[in-house]
Design a protein around this ligand. Structure first.
Ligand code: FAD
Length: 469
């Protein structure tokens, strides 16, 4: 049995004996079979059983509940999804405001269920300091971004500007210029949420088989090494692991993100860093830096992505790897006061990117396939909304959730979803984007003065970002 505690700080500090549930053995029948026990699979099961308690639901998990991104992420529970403004832009005002209400409402909705189900995962709603500008160029682009958010229909209650002084009151980053603040975010311990959800769905009668990787999906049946589940409805909830079953990897690419965690810091150290109200935070660098102050007073610091040729997911990481030294340097660049603190954990995980860089939910009654994903780095909150949506779609309920523009009804995945280009195109694109963004960042770090090289680097990065959308 793998040592599941190595998956992340969150797994390592779980206050439970991590024993996987027994694997599938033999042939079973169910109304719905879900592949993958991360948030998407578990939320879908949860709402199916809330609405239709007699439905028989089985979950098959390759490892143990939460082994994927759900037990490894940065713990931002956000009331937003990637691409939401584009999705909602074309809608009439009333439907648009329903969309934003549903999205912004995710955080409180999840909190309500945590309370109802007794899931203790350090939930704290301190909002998010989003995309803090650290260079003059970033200040301009973030101000433009805020304007776009207002044009899209958000209000000052949703997003507001923090000038350098206000930002410093919340978090003491090196050379802050300003940031966007949104209250629609909480921080959590992600593994406690996913493990708690696993127990909640079991209490509702869902059967979970662990260490049971699905090898094949057939019409109305899924097959593992030692068994098969026959069901009218099949829900592949694999996200960054979609390539582990035939056909699904065409639509979702796994991209890695890596995180480090410090030892618990003293209150004197926190006085130097800020984050007293535990907002989530990120900077506005294109290479992405994000974090939170955990409930046990560690700094959780995620930075940079990675992509493996051939779209292979990755689950094994070691703090000894040089890739974590880069994250340590980035952390102390941002928070010089943390020079010399001990970094106790380093891990990563695979998130799922759809070709449109925005999530989707679909249900095709003819094939019985229900699918949600493509959340990128925003699946903690999104998976709740999309799990609720899948439950409504499967149970053929016409609700405000199923009216949202990210929902595709009655279409098979191959008609609804855009495929990724074959290798080496994704790998080469990733390398090109990384090189451009890194060059831009290096120039920003070297000097704050504008110049032709910076202008060129900004132009190339902007063009690549626009081409990818
Ligand atoms: C390092 C990192 C940081 C992140 N930070 C944030 C954040 O702060 N906020 C945020 O909103 N999002 C974040 N994300 C994204 C978020 O974690 C994911 O979008 C979300 O957890 C996806 O949940 P899921 O259930 O769809 O997929 P997963 O949690 O990946 O679940 C898929 C499950 O399928 C299982 N599986 C794989 N193959 C098979 C198979 N063949 N058969 C059966 N089971 C299989 C896996 O073991 C896994 O448990 C982060 C992701 C990573 C990797």
């Amino acid at each position: 049995m793998p040592n599941y505690r190595n998956a992340s700080l969150w797994f390592d500090t779980l206050n439970e004996d991590i024993q996987p549930r027994p694997p599938l053995d033999g042939i079973k029948n169910a109304d719905v079979v879900i592949i993958g026990a991360g948030y998407t699979g578990l939320w879908t099961a949860y709402y199916l059983k809330c609405i239709a308690p007699d439905l028989s639901v089985t979950i098959l998990e390759a490892q143990t509940t939460g082994f994927g991104a759900s037990g490894r992420n940065g713990g931002w529970l956000k009331g937003s999804i990637a691409g939401e403004d584009k999705y909602l832009a074309r809608l009439p005002a009333e439907q648009k405001s329903t969309g934003y209400r549903l999205l912004h409402g995710i955080v409180d909705h999840v909190h309500e269920i945590m309370n109802r189900e007794g899931i203790h995962c350090g939930f704290h709603k301190g909002g998010v300091i989003f995309a803090a500008a650290r260079y003059p160029e970033q200040l301009q682009s973030q101000r433009r971004h805020l304007k776009q958010l207002y044009q899209a229909g958000h209000t000052e209650e949703d997003y507001r500007w923090l000038d350098a002084g206000e930002l410093t009151q919340q978090v003491r980053m090196h050379k802050p210029y300003g940031a966007i603040f949104s209250p629609h975010c909480a921080v959590i311990n992600p593994a406690q949420l996913v493990r708690g959800l696993g127990m909640a769905v079991e209490r509702k009668g869902v059967a979970i088989y662990e260490e049971s990787p699905v090898l094949e999906i057939h019409p109305r049946s899924v097959v593992t090494a030692h068994g098969e589940v026959r069901a009218q409805i099949i829900v592949p909830a694999l996200e960054g692991y979609s390539s582990t079953v035939r056909d699904y990897g065409k639509y979702i690419l796994p991209v890695q993100s890596l995180i480090i965690a410090t030892e618990p810091l003293s209150s004197a150290q926190w006085d130097e860093v800020g984050l007293q109200n535990r907002p989530a935070f990120s900077d506005s660098g294109r290479l992405i830096t994000y974090g939170q102050r955990s409930a046990d007073d560690r700094l959780i610091f995620g930075a940079r992505g990675a992509y493996q040729f051939g779209a292979r997911p990755r689950s094994e990481f070691s703090l000894k790897d040089p890739e974590f030294r880069i994250r340590e340097r980035l952390m102390t660049d941002l928070f010089p006061a943390l020079q010399g603190v001990q970094v106790t954990h380093g891990w990563g995980g695979s998130m799922g990117m759809s070709r449109r860089f925005a999530p989707h939910a679909l249900f095709d009654a003819r094939s019985g396939i229900a699918l949600a994903g493509g959340y990128g780095g925003g699946g903690v909150g999104a998976s709740n909304l999309f799990g609720r949506t899948l439950a409504d779609l499967i149970l053929e309920r016409d609700t405000e959730l199923t009216q949202m523009p990210w929902v595709m009804k009655g279409v098979a995945p191959k008609r609804a979803l855009q495929k990724w280009e074959p290798e080496p195109i994704p790998w080469l694109t990733y390398k090109a984007v990384l090189a451009a963004y890194s060059w831009e960042e290096a120039l920003n770090r070297a000097s704050e003065a504008p110049g032709p090289r910076k202008a060129l680097a900004g132009f190339i990065s902007n063009t690549l970002s626009a081409l990818l959308r």
